[in-house]
Design a protein around this ligand. Structure first.
Ligand SMILES: [Zn+2]
Ligand SMILES: [Zn+2]
Length: 374
């Protein structure tokens, strides 16, 4: 289907940076793909952030690229014939900086209204009394866990934080919500607590980072709830409602229901739609099965690594991931991956903890049928 409906307006580079592409759906509705440059490189490279202008009856934009890309995005829209005044609002797919970083520049230039999930509105604010003591006191709650050094944040993030603090957000509630005629948002947390997918009738679904081609999006740890519990506990009292791998898998299964009803739906992800000179079209049901298998295999691998005896998340990560993936920022991502899988294995009673931070295999493998039963 992909071949027939896409028209390249501007060819970008080999990763898709600077590309502008029009998708013309069978109903005639158009979605313009507007990928903007990202920051991360090397082995954890996500490729550009794919922002989309949905030219529905009431046109809107989804995502803004990372910090510093808002102006570029306005220019790209302009070259595709989209005027900001034609757009009703910008919807943020989730709170990661590569998706909302361009907001400041964008709303300065366009006065667009901002819509996002209700959790987004909570975690972009500052709470000096609940924040980790020290230089992060005035950081938005979503940035409390950031592992970048103080020097980096002070240099790169303060202006971004200021934009978030002053932002007026039209809050989208949980579940399935009508955004406009025949267009719905789905709250599908797991990769981040505020992830939204946007379904355009039976024709297309914008999935943000919930599912990506080529790469697996990193799930949150359920324990991350504790870091922001003061901020969200009134609205969400249970961590598993919005955080962790199990919650992520439940979100995948919800997408699976959509795939069952509309097997040919066009899937537009937040990264890697085009990469290394190649289009990566996803078949929704097939990609979900691959991802479920990936997480089951990873749980299996962790249990295997623990067979000889107890290990910490760091030790498991060192055994499971190749050295090149453990450099710098990668070490944090790898440990996060391990912890989210261990949390699931603990719930299935396949693991227990000992000595505080070590994991011990119990010898059972209940996790697979627990995942199936979700
Ligand atoms: Zn993300
Ligand atoms: Zn992203």
């Amino acid at each position: 289907m992909f071949q027939h409906i896409k028209e390249i307006i501007h060819q970008g580079d080999e990763s898709g940076n600077g590309m502008t592409v029009r998708f013309r759906l069978p109903s005639g509705l158009e979605i313009i793909g507007l990928p903007t440059k990202n920051f991360y490189g090397e082995d954890w490279d996500l490729g550009p952030t794919w922002n989309y202008a949905v030219l529905a009856d009431k046109p809107f934009l989804v995502d803004t690229g990372r910090y510093g890309q808002g102006g570029k995005l306005v220019g790209m829209m302009d070259s595709a014939g989209i005027k900001p005044e034609d757009l009703g609002f910008v919807l943020i797919s989730h709170s990661h900086e590569d998706h909302d970083g361009g907001l400041g520049e964008l709303i300065n230039r366009t006065q667009l209204k901002v819509k996002a999930h209700a959790i987004y509105d909570l975690i972009i604010r500052k709470y000096p009394k609940s924040a980790p003591p020290g230089y992060k006191e005035n950081f938005p709650a979503k940035c409390w866990r950031c592992m970048m050094p103080e020097e980096f944040s002070t240099k790169n993030c303060l202006a971004y934080h200021k934009v978030l603090r002053g932002l007026t957000v039209d809050k989208i509630p949980d579940g399935v919500q009508e955004l406009s005629t025949n267009i719905q948002t789905y709250h599908l947390p797991g990769h981040s607590p505020d992830c939204l997918a946007v379904r355009i009738g039976d024709e297309a679904i914008l999935v943000g980072d919930i599912i990506l081609p080529e790469i697996t999006s990193i799930p949150t740890c359920e324990s991350s709830y504790d870091e922001v519990s003061e901020v969200i506990k009134d609205a969400y009292s249970k961590p598993e409602e919005i955080f962790g791998l199990l919650r992520y898998i439940r979100s995948l299964k919800k997408l699976g229901e959509i795939a069952e009803r509309t097997p040919n739906i066009l899937v537009l992800p937040g990264h890697r739609l085009y990469y290394k000179n190649q289009w990566n079209e996803m078949e929704l049901a097939g990609r979900i099965s691959e991802l479920l298998k990936h997480h089951i295999d990873r749980c299996d691998a962790i249990l295997e690594i623990l067979k000889p005896g107890p290990k910490t998340a760091e030790e498991i990560a060192r055994e499971h991931f190749e050295g090149r993936l453990l450099k710098g920022y990668g070490k944090f991502m790898a440990e996060n991956e391990v912890i989210s899988h261990c949390e699931l294995l603990i719930k299935s009673k396949d693991l227990v903890t000992s000595d505080g931070d070590k994991y011990v295999a119990t010898g059972s493998t209940n996790f697979e049928k627990d995942i199936e039963a979700l």
